[in-house]
Design a protein around this ligand. Structure first.
Ligand SMILES: [Zn+2]
Length: 53
């Protein structure tokens, strides 16, 4: 169990694997599992956005 970096809601990552992307049940933000021991999640990059690079 960890917390959403966006809204701080509890996120159950018990069956998650590193690299998995899932939406927060509370705020809908796409989260990416960076690591599972300990569980670490971060907002997933929005690949659809063009940053003008
Ligand atoms: Zn959230």
């Amino acid at each position: 169990m960890t917390n959403c970096p966006e809204c701080d809601a509890q996120v159950d990552c018990g069956a998650m694997i590193a690299g998995e992307i899932f939406p927060c049940r509370d705020c809908g933000t796409e989260l990416e599992v960076l690591a599972t021991a300990p569980i670490t999640v971060e907002r997933a990059p929005k690949e659809a956005e063009d940053w003008g690079e």
